[in-house]
Design a protein around this ligand. Structure first.
Ligand code: NAD
Ligand code: DAU
Length: 350
């Protein structure tokens, strides 16, 4: 019975990962350590909270005493570190919290895991620290080419710089102590439970409320979209089969301009849900500072070494995501009151 310490499991990808793992395996324990920031939501885990293989601890990954206590009380086999401040726009306004959680929090986890797992001459068998990182650490691409694991790190936003800092600390723990680690760098995720500050759920929510659809700059920036379950599958494969110390890129060659995403969502909702959802809602707004132009992942390494491939095409995934948001309107309504609304008002001055 393996025990996973999943951090940030109440957020978007973390919650999907907890569901994915508990559906797939009946012989694992998951301890979810989450601070429940504005982005963490226990509603995302309501259906599994009574599962005997799952427990929740509210707390900060920077809290040394708490993390040490979790390691002292449980034989933790894997740390899967999702916990992070994850939104680029927020990082431009408030960089410090990104350094605190993303860099110092990761170092705290690394250090305590190292102390718990280190034995004379190495590390206990079967342990692994899994760092969930992002393609944004590579910076921005021109019209051609893809991010490889060997692409130089060149982050631009405080968010991506903080993720790069944590990636390098993970690398340092491998290079220095030979600690068993892996890092994954995935492209943009979409799917159930995504917080509506991110492009796709924001567009769906605004369309349904007949609000403007804020498009940064000319709408021609490109992101490489992956359905969240395919990311979860990849992380599981890397935990089980990834070569120690290696980085794995994750992405499904699904590049779209932001405007293509906007139009896809408008067209689907117009045809299937509400005739008042039209392109008239599109509003060009001031561009994001330092806005990366294009991301595009080369996933050859994870495909060749671990046999990973994306199962959900964008055409299927986007419909599933829109449908999930329609079926879970109460979830969205609960979120879009309070902190998020104030944040949203201040950010875009609508
Ligand atoms: P999210 O913002 O939806 O969730 C983050 C979670 O971390 C929340 O539950 C929050 O409460 C928790 N958290 C924040 N600070 C914490 C702290 N100090 N201690 C404990 N918990 C804390 O983020 P997400 O989109 O699910 O991203 C998860 C991870 O995946 C991040 O590390 C992110 O960098 C990475 N990632 C995201 C994407 C994407 O497209 N969303 C793509 C690649 C990688
Ligand atoms: O690439 C992986 C990254 O993807 C993750 O590491 C980040 O945690 C995640 O937030 C995401 O970052 P992006 O900045 O790419 O995602 P976001 O949804 O914020 O924006 C996607 C694109 O849409 C980007 O080009 C900015 C643009 N955009 C975004 C918002 C919120 C708009 O045009 N209007 C908007 O209102």
């Amino acid at each position: 019975m393996k025990t996973y310490l999943v951090t940030g499991g109440a957020g978007f990808i973390g919650a999907n990962f907890v569901h994915f793992m508990l559906n797939k395996y009946s012989d694992i324990n998951i301890i979810n350590l989450d601070k429940l920031t504005y982005a963490g939501n226990l509603e995302n885990l309501k259906d599994i909270e009574a599962n005997k293989n799952y427990s929740f601890v509210q707390g900060d990954i920077c809290d040394k005493k708490l993390v040490e206590k979790l390691f002292a009380e449980n034989e933790i086999d894997y740390v899967v570190n999702f916990a992070a401040e994850s939104h680029v726009d927020r990082s431009i306004k408030e960089p410090e919290i990104f350094v605190k959680t993303n860099v110092l929090g990761t170092v705290n986890l690394l250090n305590i895991a190292k102390n718990a797992w280190q034995v004379e001459g190495g590390f206990k068998q079967g342990k692994k620290f899994m760092q969930v990182s992002t393609d944004e650490v590579y910076g921005s691409l021109g019209k051609t080419g893809y991010f490889l694991e060997t692409t130089p790190l060149d982050p631009h936003s405080p968010y991506s710089a903080s993720k790069t800092g944590s990636d390098l600390m993970v690398k340092a723990y491998f290079d220095t102590y030979k600690m068993p680690v892996n890092t994954t760098r995935c492209s943009n995720n979409y799917g159930p439970y995504q917080f509506p500050e991110k492009l796709i759920p924001l567009l769906i929510n605004n369309c349904l409320n007949h609000k403007n659809l804020p498009v940064y700059g000319d709408g021609m920036n490109i992101r490489d979209w992956l359905y969240v379950e395919d990311h979860c599958k990849a992380i599981d494969m890397v935990i089980n089969g990834g070569r120690i110390g290696q980085v794995y890129n994750i992405g499904g060659h699904n590049e779209r301009t932001n405007m293509q995403i906007v139009k896809t969502i408008i067209n689907y909702l117009n045809e299937n849900v509400d005739k008042e959802v039209t392109e008239k809602l599109i509003t060009y707004v001031e561009d994001r500072l330092g806005h990366d132009k294009r991301y595009g992942i080369d996933p050859t390494k994870i495909k060749d070494e671990l046999g990973w491939y994306p199962e959900t095409t964008f055409e299927v995934g986007i419909k599933k995501t829109i449908k999930w948001n329609l079926d879970n309107k109460q979830w969205m309504d609960n979120i879009t009151t309070g902190d998020y609304q104030n944040y949203y008002k201040n950010m875009y001055k609508k």
